[in-house]
Ligand binder design. Structure first.
Ligand code: AMP
Length: 223
């Protein structure tokens, strides 16, 4: 099984992805996280991606596809995996299907009102060391400016600044309209209401996954 999780920036898809990954034991593959790590480590790829990311624009398909190809062939992704932030356009959809076609899939969209998205993004803080996410309105860290998980420094992502948020939402809406249609036509698209507490959203997603036998499908794989 492949779960493709998508949602606008600030929809909470990263948090939901972690919860799904933990419960269903699928590795979460987040292209945003993979890219941020490359930037942090100063790799050639990171240097190429950084300027685009800071502007809120998409990084070139070949860079992102290369990262995904490498990650989904790792042993822990053999039974299934969850994609967060990929595919983001139709070329990436095609490339994914060429890399790993024939695998059953579900495309789940976490849908949140635009006004709420902007509010959430402006108050989001990310740990520089481990990538954990906090929110000054909804999930405050115990000590201001410090990560509860590893004690690292919390910062505001350059692309979470108000001047970049509008651009990211525009890019998201334009690109995902086409992707959604693709998955709708394949009858694997499911929309989830992303409003309310994290646990409530996760309960809605779990209901869909259980209905699709996601956990049970893994049991069969293991036999
Ligand atoms: P995210 O953490 O998913 O919001 O991604 C942060 C940034 O990484 C995006 O604004 C893009 O610049 C880049 N990025 C992440 N995933 C992709 C992708 N699938 N294709 C192109 N760029 C991406």
């Amino acid at each position: 099984m492949r779960i493709i999780l998508f949602g606008a920036p600030g929809s909470g898809k990263g948090t939901q992805g972690d919860l799904i990954s933990r419960r269903y034991k699928y590795p979460k593959i987040s292209t945003g996280d993979l890219l941020r790590r490359a930037v942090r480590e100063g790799t050639d790829l990171g240097k190429k991606a950084e300027a685009q990311m800071n502007r809120g624009a998409l990084v070139s398909d070949d860079i992102v596809e290369g990262l995904v190809r490498e990650r989904i062939t790792a042993p822990d992704a053999r039974k299934g995996y969850l994609l967060d932030g990929f595919p983001r356009n139709l070329d990436q959809v095609r490339s994914l299907e060429a890399m790993d076609g024939g695998r059953p899939e579900l495309a789940i969209e976490v849908d949140v009102d635009r006004r709420v998205l902007i509010e959430r993004l402006q108050s989001r803080r990310t740990c520089r060391s481990c990538g954990a996410i906090f929110n000054l309105l909804l999930k405050r860290p115990g000590i201001e400016g410090r990560c509860d998980v590893c004690g690292g420094e919390l910062y505001q992502r350059a692309d979470d600044r108000p001047e970049v948020i509008g651009k990211r939402l525009e890019v998201y809406e334009e690109e995902t309209r086409k992707i959604k249609n693709h998955y709708r036509e394949k009858s694997v698209y499911r929309r989830v209401d992303g409003s309310g507490p994290v646990e409530a959203v996760f309960a809605r997603i779990s209901e869909i996954l259980e209905r699709e036998n996601v956990g049970r499908e893994r049991e069969q794989d293991r036999r």
